[in-house]
Design a protein. Structure first.
Length: 413
């Protein structure tokens, strides 16, 4: 690890991750569907495009090993950021001429570069920060990804209303590229000499196996795959808004603009958690706050309840994601050589509980309507919290975490 006196400030990672937030959260999830709809593309066509362009979030870890070889991670971060900026300027031109096939391919390819931003930032947090600073950095990284993404969507739509769409791409590319310059300010030591790929996949396999052999790391990984802290109901809340008497405009302001700000604020709450608190317990506790937000939505079918419940749900969801990132960083551990790769694998694995909780929330709605959806969503958080607290009490584990070197865990696991 680098000299403690030269560790980067945790808040810096909110800016380093900003290009990913602008492109994935701001463009892919928010601005692009609206721009395509305004261009006359059918909803089913938009859904097909969205399902393809977001595949890097699932399979991007296959490219992540390059971040752990040859160059410093800060160099790979700069390459990924500038590459993303170039991709943005190119695929906005495809959007301008309404070539949807080319647009989809370009966004998909550019998305793989964008995923490397996530891999590089994760590896840098593990390798360039102290354990206490890691917890704060994971909160800040979600602020940039979620809150920055919401602001990015607003910027894109504001520019699109005033400039030709190709010009919007040039402006957005400039905004995306700027944080790439900050990566060179991170005092990262030179990487160990290594071949490009010879023996790398075997080494990565050993590191993943080491996680499974370590009791503490294995338990934490299972917790990441558990049904708590997913925020699965976020995408379903707009669908039940009408039952609270909330129309489309209310959804745009509550779930869209205000929701993005609340996600960022919720992520920032992670900064308040002391770095020496056990991250498994705080992750489960964050899920409990998300369950309480779902209970607020169960109080009554009124617009005021929808507004307050949704805002609270978004804040606690951001808090959950920040604690998820903190727990992921702890599982990776500073002793892991391919830190960016392992971080990416664990991040991609988070898609599993999100997907099955969305299905379970939908099942609850099919049986009991809105109440069934919200109770099902809360149940996952309550179950995980109960299990974690039960294990902590039964095993006599305290609130403060005990650091165990990865090498020692593996040898005793």
């Amino acid at each position: 690890m680098s000299d403690p006196n030269r560790w980067p400030a945790p808040w810096l990672f909110s800016l380093l991750i900003l290009p990913l937030g602008i492109v994935v959260v701001g463009f892919n999830f928010t601005a692009l569907p609206l721009l395509l709809a305004q261009a006359g593309v059918r909803v089913d066509g938009i859904a097909s495009i969205s399902s393809i362009i977001n595949l890097p979030g699932v399979f991007g870890f296959l490219l992540a090993p390059v971040v752990d070889i040859k160059f410093r991670r800060r160099t790979w971060l700069a390459i990924a950021t500038f590459g993303t900026a170039v991709a943005v300027s190119i695929y906005f031109r495809a959007l301008a001429v309404s070539n949807l096939t080319l647009l989809t391919v370009l966004i998909l390819v550019g998305g793989m570069l964008t995923f490397l931003i996530n891999a590089a930032c994760g590896g840098l947090i593990v390798k360039a920060l102290s354990e206490s600073a890691q917890s704060k950095a994971t909160a800040w990284i979600m602020v940039g990804q979620l809150g920055g993404g919401a602001l990015g969507a607003a910027l894109i739509l504001w520019l699109a209303a005033r400039l030709p769409i190709s010009a919007v791409g040039v402006c957005l590319a400039a905004v995306v590229a700027l944080p790439g310059l900050l990566s060179f300010t991170i005092p990262e030591p030179s990487p160990e000499p290594s071949a490009w790929f010879h023996g790398r996949f075997s080494q990565i396999g050993k590191e993943i196996l080491a996680v499974m052999r370590s009791p503490a790391r294995r338990w934490s990984t299972l917790l990441l795959l558990a049904p708590g802290g997913t925020g699965a109901a976020q995408g379903l809340l707009p669908a039940i808004a009408a039952q609270y008497g909330v129309g489309p405009t209310g959804v745009i302001w509550t779930n869209g603009i205000a929701g993005g700000v609340m996600l960022g604020l919720g992520s920032l709450c992670g900064v308040l958690i002391p770095g020496d608190w056990d991250r498994r317990l705080t992750y489960a506790g964050a899920g409990l706050t998300n369950a309480l937000a779902a209970f607020v939505l169960l109080l009554a079918s009124r617009p005021s309840v929808y507004l307050s419940g949704t805002v609270l749900y978004m804040i606690t969801e951001g808090f959950c994601w920040a604690r998820f990132a903190a727990l992921t960083v702890e599982i990776v551990g500073v002793e892991t050589r391919d830190a960016s790769t392992l971080y990416s694998v664990l991040s991609a694995a988070s898609t599993i509980p999100l997907l099955y909780m969305i299905r379970l929330d939908g099942f609850g709605f099919s049986k009991l309507g809105t109440h069934g959806l919200l109770w099902m969503d809360a149940a996952g958080n309550l179950l995980v919290f109960a299990v974690v607290v039960g294990v902590f009490v039964a095993c006599g584990i305290g609130l403060h975490r005990v650091s165990v070197p990865v090498a020692d865990e593996v040898s005793t696991g």
